[in-house]
Design a protein. Structure first.
Length: 235
């Protein structure tokens, strides 16, 4: 009887493969109220987000987390809602943001809480208004979004994050561990036969057809999963 393969252990959801949410500051979503105003209390580095996070104290003395924009500072006042001015850091519906403005943390549908341009240094450009608002995404593609969707004016903070090299493999491992990602993976043909269907043998080879049927049990699903045909390497 073989052992459980890696994907089965990962699917079980053990502590090694689970995101360390106890170290995260929480989910970042827009408030559900129609209008809000708050003051930036602190800018923090959240292990669950690449961009810096702003802890904002709202008017009702509650604290909420926002993605910080480039140039945000402690003590800055931010507003959100229909009556908010189109200043950097304020959140407005896309229908009220003028053409040519740069926005981030854009909702794809009203009330989704922010989905597009949340990574450091990313932003969208408002191109045109009509029945929908046309945005130029960070990828360069154009997308039409409903005017009621919220967006924050500015550029996501933390740009240039990839410019600093890791230099050491240990630093890379720590970065992956904070997001429950495995920093390395062992090939199946390099394992023992008890650990993986492709393992074992006097030399590293699969030793059997690498195609697996769709209805195969979970412990056998390694290699090409229900392919239409096998792709030849020399073709």
């Amino acid at each position: 009887m073989g052992k459980r393969i890696l994907v089965q252990r990962r699917g079980k959801g053990g502590l090694m493969y689970r995101s360390p949410s106890h170290r995260h500051y929480g989910q970042i979503r827009y408030p559900s109220m129609k209008a809000w105003e708050g003051k930036v209390e602190k800018l923090v580095r959240d292990p669950g987000h690449y961009a810096p996070v702003a802890i904002v104290k709202m008017d009702d003395d509650s604290s909420r987390n926002f993605i910080a924009h480039n140039g945000m500072f402690e003590g800055q006042k931010i507003k959100g809602g229909v009556d908010s001015p189109a200043n950097q850091g304020n959140t407005l519906p896309l229908g009220l943001i003028p053409d040519g403005a740069i926005v981030y943390n854009v909702e794809v549908r009203p009330g989704s809480g922010g989905n597009i341009a949340r990574t450091p240094g990313s932003f969208c450009t408002v191109v045109a208004h009509g029945e929908n608002v046309t945005l130029k995404l960070p990828s360069g593609k154009m997308r039409d979004i409903k005017p009621a969707c919220l967006a924050t004016i500015g550029v996501t903070g933390g740009g240039g994050r990839n410019s600093k090299p890791f230099l050491k493999a240990g630093k890379k491992i720590h970065a992956y561990s904070s997001r429950a990602k495995r920093p390395f993976s062992v090939r199946g043909v390099a394992m023992n036969a008890i650990n993986q269907p492709h393992g074992g043998g006097n030399h590293q080879h699969v030793g059997r057809p690498s195609t697996v049927g769709r209805n195969a049990p979970p412990g056998r699903k390694v290699g090409r999963l229900s392919p239409r045909r096998k792709v030849k390497q020399n073709a």
